[in-house]
Design a protein around this ligand. Structure first.
Ligand SMILES: [Zn+2]
Length: 259
């Protein structure tokens, strides 16, 4: 079985070699390290250049939007590297609202233009307060224009409802599922997971956050992806091997990688 962790973060510890070795012995053969600002995007590039089967994305998380200077240094350079397979994560977060909404939206829109310019898929973060849809409405409007220009995108760590899931799927979205699928309270996510067509489903740990059961509340690592794959397999009434095969194939398609 070969799993692909399509989204994890690296904060400098533990050593990349440890993360990769442990992941490999847990069937995670491929992984993509996601940046959330310029420094972490550079670190993600360094992490991924050492290993076969490891790639990275470069972007500015909505939490960091207010620190963005709009000149796209060092993103122009980073996205020219062969290991860079996506722009992200970028998007909107009105749950924490660490940067004001207008700035988040401006930075997000600029990054959609940038993704088109460098011809890379976009990895989107979209989170709102419970029962609020502002981020979904605004993300949808931005992405509608982006896809008209043939932009390709994935929504990472999807936690929205079925209505918005279908709207994004209509625009061609890939959908990332995290350890939240294993949380007892995430019945809504388990209810809608079967709306996602098999060829659009991605698995991710979003580590070091969101450790799946039985590690919930602890530090997460790419090696725990198999718990997410098992939970997805259960909901899909399929084997974990089949889920691994399909989602890894999808990740190769989304990031435009060759086997
Ligand atoms: Zn993330």
């Amino acid at each position: 079985m070969e799993l692909f962790d399509t989204h994890f973060h690296w904060y400098g510890k533990p050593e990349p070699q440890t993360i990769v070795d442990e992941a490999e012995s847990s069937d995670v053969k491929y992984m993509l390290c996601s940046g959330w600002d310029s420094a972490s995007s550079q670190n993600a590039a360094e992490f991924s250049e050492k290993f076969e089967g490891c790639w990275f994305s470069a972007g500015v998380h909505p939490h960091e939007a207010s620190g963005f200077d709009f000149n796209f240094h060092p993103f122009k350079k980073l996205t020219s590297y062969k290991q860079c397979r996506a722009v992200g994560e970028v998007g909107l977060d009105y749950f924490y609202e660490n940067s004001d909404r207008q700035t988040q939206l401006q930075v997000f829109e600029k990054f959609t233009e940038f993704a088109l310019e460098v011809n890379k898929p976009l990895v989107i973060h979209c989170r709102d307060k419970e029962n609020r849809n502002d981020t979904y409405i605004e993300t949808f409007n931005v992405i509608k224009d982006f896809t008209k220009d043939n932009g390709k995108f994935g929504i990472h760590c999807y936690t929205g409802n079925g209505y918005w899931l279908e709207k994004f799927l209509d625009l061609g979205a890939y959908i990332g599922i995290t350890g939240i699928i294993t949380f007892p309270k995430a019945a809504n996510l388990r209810d809608i997971i079967n709306i996602i067509p098999d060829d659009k489903l991605l698995l991710e740990t979003d580590s070091p956050y969101l450790a799946p059961k039985p590690y919930r509340g602890k530090t997460n690592f790419p090696k725990y992806l198999k718990y997410i794959a098992s939970a997805v397999a259960k909901e899909k009434n399929n084997t974990v091997e089949k889920v691994a095969e399909v989602t890894t194939e999808n990740a190769f398609n989304f990031f435009e990688l060759n086997r």
